[in-house]
Design a protein around this ligand. Structure first.
Ligand SMILES: NC(=O)c1ccc[n+]([C@@H]2O[C@H](COP(=O)([O-])OP(=O)(O)OC[C@H]3O[C@@H](n4cnc5c(N)ncnc54)[C@H](O)[C@@H]3O)[C@@H](O)[C@H]2O)c1
Length: 144
């Protein structure tokens, strides 16, 4: 049962790929609880088209592509989100992870270290990139 716990809150949700994604379920709950959201994922993920179904289910939420390893993409995402909301946002969900070694079926003893570095950039450093851009763009006041 929804209680409008997020009524009036505005947020950006990263990482809804398909119905199995944690971010997918979270987006639906946020919307059900009264939040306004912007959905984002890597351009390659958006090409699958699944996210448009979620956007529709969330009151035609805007979908803005951004690769979290690309600072220009992130800057554009936060600027466009602020334009959409007409001001600052209240929350961000960072639900991102990707391992190139796993995807390519590499055994532990055969790890490609460049892919491993890319994995850490996408899955971990990207949280820092996102927060830094959020503050830098004036989308959120401060951290902590
Ligand atoms: N599923 C679990 O049981 C579980 C448990 C603990 C932690 N987690 C973590 O929760 C997060 C979400 O996992 P999930 O199970 O929903 O998986 P998921 O694959 O559905 O979500 C990961 C998302 O990251 C996105 N992504 C990958 N590279 C990107 C990039 N360069 N730029 C922007 N987005 C990119 C993918 O497109 C995808 O939407 C991950 O960080 C995962 O490690 C998951």
């Amino acid at each position: 049962m929804a209680n409008q716990l997020l009524k009036g809150k505005k947020g950006i949700i990263f990482g809804a790929l398909d119905e199995k994604s944690i971010a997918w379920k979270t987006a639906l709950k946020c919307y059900e609880e009264g939040a306004q959201i912007v959905l984002t994922n890597a351009p390659v993920a958006l090409r699958m088209g699944e996210i448009n179904k979620l956007a529709e289910a969330c009151g035609n939420a805007p979908v803005i592509g951004a690769d979290v390893t690309n600072m220009d993409d992130l800057k554009k995402l936060f600027e466009e989100s602020m334009n959409h909301f007409g001001g600052k946002i209240d929350f961000v969900l960072h639900s991102i992870g990707m391992s190139l070694n796993v995807r390519k079926g590499k055994h532990y003893t055969e790890l490609n270290y460049e892919w491993n570095a890319k994995t850490l950039d996408i899955s971990a450093m990207s949280l820092h990139r996102v927060l830094r851009t959020a503050v830098g763009s004036g989308c959120i006041e401060r951290l902590g």
